[in-house]
Design a binder for this molecule. Sequence first.
Ligand SMILES: [Cu+2]
Length: 125
Amino acid sequence: MKLIHFFRPAQLGRAFGAAALLVSATAFAHAHLVSSEPAANAEVAAPAEVTLHFTEPLEPAFSKATLADANGKPAAPGASQVDKRDARIMHLPLPKLGAGHYAVHWTAVATDGHRTQGDFAFIVK
Ligand SMILES: [Cu+2]
């Protein structure tokens, strides 16, 4: 999993001026993927959606998930959504998927502005 930091000027100033404790507290606010349905590398019946569970609440405007088929082509035309009741959950609605390999790519922006991203695959039987 790649971690990409986008420090805004305000955050840079805070990081340089702050105690080490505050810096590490900020670093821990990244949103990491905890689990998903379907799970990574799972072989499943065609799911109605992909559900992603993160360690931190997400910024809905900047967080997203997409699905690609085995040829790398987009396979889910619907937009992903951060759950309105629990911002640590993201949903990607799926069309009726045929059998095959699929890859989920997600980008999660935590409330501190830090971005994480990752990929995982699943198989539809
Ligand atoms: Cu962070």
